[in-house]
Design a protein around this ligand. Sequence first.
Ligand code: TRP
Length: 341
Amino acid sequence: MSTQTLSLADRVAARPGDFRVLTGDRPTGPLHLGHYFGTLRNRVRLQRSGVELVVVVADYQVLTDRDVAERLGPTVDGLVLDYLAAGLDPARATIFTHSAVPALNQLVLPFLSLVSVPELQRNPTVKDEVAHSRQSSVSGLMFTYPVHQAADILFCKGNLVPVGQDQLPHVEVTRTVARRFNERYGPVFPVPEALLGAAPLLLGTDGTKMSKSRGNAIALAATPDETARLIRGARTDADRHITFDPDGRPGVAGLVQLAALCLDRDPHEVAAGIGDAGAAALKRTVTEAVNEFLAPMRARRAAYAQEPGLVREVLRAGNARANAIAEQTLEEVREAMGTRY
Ligand code: TRP
């Protein structure tokens, strides 16, 4: 079979060594099940299949919608613990913070020259974030962070970006930047591909997208009791017969989907199994499924948290490696642009 007829996932499975994955998260708070089923699980699978992983803790990107200074240290440490608990292996993956990698950030300047202001203003994910922003006025970083994200991906010549739906516009910006740079200055960058996670958008306990800021998210590191409380408070409806109908019954469907993902079963089957037993039975099923699913991750996280200095050592090693890669790429960029003096 020619490579054209193979899906991206098949090509990755056939030749894992051809791919370098760049992905990451903003350190805004604990990772939750939406992150896990959206991308984390996928990252761990890719790592196990032999793909090289580079993971950015996007500590500058956090600043897009902040009006005040915030100490990110504890949030960053918690994020790294979540990564380790979920199965990212720092011996194989490079986990770094982009504020620690000057050469990566320097790429943003030439990259910005390759995109127009209307292109920045059209980005649907940015538009959505602007619409939900609590800032009195929108920061310049808000409109330019997708270009910064292109630097996150391209500094290490990442060619595969496993993402959720909302990140697709950013991968598109990255592809545009890579193409235009190569056209203008000569071939330096791969044009990366987005690998969409298999999981559908995960709904939170109120039937809308699971998100920390909506207070509807189940953190990976939550205790079993906190998990139970959150699920008990979930929004359902008056119909005792449980079905999986995401459009008609988003609240109930969100819960059914959570149980189905944690049990690795079909959501219609999970709903049928509960049948006429009603929302209380559904919530019991979901709570048990989630807590059982997360138990090993929570145990690993607690063990890692006990090891003094572990997280900082992971970041120190990751940052050193990311810096070496970024400096090499920046040298190639200088060479291509004729700015080596
Ligand atoms: N924008 C991503 C988020 O909000 C985080 C991120 C930063 C990222 N740089 C990236 C994701 C590069 C993928 C690739 O979660």
